[in-house]
Design a binder for this molecule. Sequence first.
Ligand SMILES: [Zn+2]
Length: 327
Amino acid sequence: MNLVNQKTRVVGVDISSDFTTYALVDVRGNILAKDEFPTAECPTVASFVNRLCESIVKLVEANGGYETVRSVGVSSPSASFVTGSIEHAANLPWKGIVPLAAMMRDQLGLAVGVANDAHATALGESVYGSAHGMKNYIVIHLGTGLGSCFFSEGREHLGKNGYAGEFGHICMVPEGGRQCGCGHTGCLETYVNNKGIIQTAREMMAASDEPSLMRSLDDLSPRTIVECCEQGDKMAQEVFRYTGKILGWGLANYACIVSPEAIVLTGGIFKAGKWLLEPTQEAFEKHIFHNMQGRVKLLLSTLETSDREVLGASALAWDVEEYSLFK
Ligand SMILES: [Zn+2]
C-alpha cells in the first residue's frame, strides 16, 4: 500500500458565459483553493484550454502538488458527459463542437470529465447536498435557463447523447406561447426563467392601470420584484403567483414520469422564497398524480450558491475513470 501517493483531491471547473471558476476540492467537499478568470478573455478554444490548464497547474502546485490530484470535472452549458464535448453552446465564445475532455486530458495528463451544468449540479446535490443518500430524485436549476437532471436507482439518466432532462423546453402553452431561444414557442423556460419573470411583470403592468411599485423601478429584475412583494405590492406578488403556478404544473408532470422521492430546487430565483415557493408547491400538489400526492418533497439546495457549480464539477471528477500519464 502506498499511502504517500494516495490521491485525495480533485479539481472542479465551472464554465459560464461570465467567468470560468476552478477549485481544488478534497474528498469531503472542502474547497481548498479557488480562482477564476473572465471566459471572454479567451476568444479561441485553444487559448481557453491553454489558460485553463495553466491556471489549474498553478493552483494545484501552490496547494499540495500535482501528485495528490486524482482527476478533473468540468461543468459547462451545452456539454455532454457521453461525448465529453461542449456542443453548440449559445452563450460561450466558441461555436461548434469542442472536444474539451480530450483536449484537457492531453494537456494535463489527468482524467477529465465534462458535463452540462444541470448534470454537474445534480451530482453535487447527491454527493454534498440536499439529495445525499437518495436514489430517485430530480434536480432543477433555474436561472438564465431551466435545466434539470434526474437520478434513477442512484444513477443519473443521461439519454442517448447525454441531453436528457431538457425540462426548460417542455411545451406548456401549445398555442400563442412565448418565443423561446430554442426556436419553439410556449416552452416552460420562457415563463419561469429570469427573462420570463420580467416579461410577466411587463405584461401585467401593460394589461391594467392598477398602481404598482414595479412601475417606478429603473431596474426590473426578479430581485427588485421580490422587494416590491415584501412591501405589499399586489401586482408583484401576482407575478410570482403566476410563475409558481406554471412551474408547479411543470414539476407535477415531471414527477409523474420519474416518481421521485424529492425534487431539489437550485438557482438564484429561489431566493424569492415564499413568494415563488408557495404557489409552486400548491400547483404541484394539485396537479401531481393522486398516488404521489403528499409523497414527493420539494427541497431547496443547501449548498452555497457561489460554490455549487465547482462542487458539482468536483463530484463529477470522482465519477470519471482514473487516468495518468505518470502512472
Ligand atoms: Zn425552448
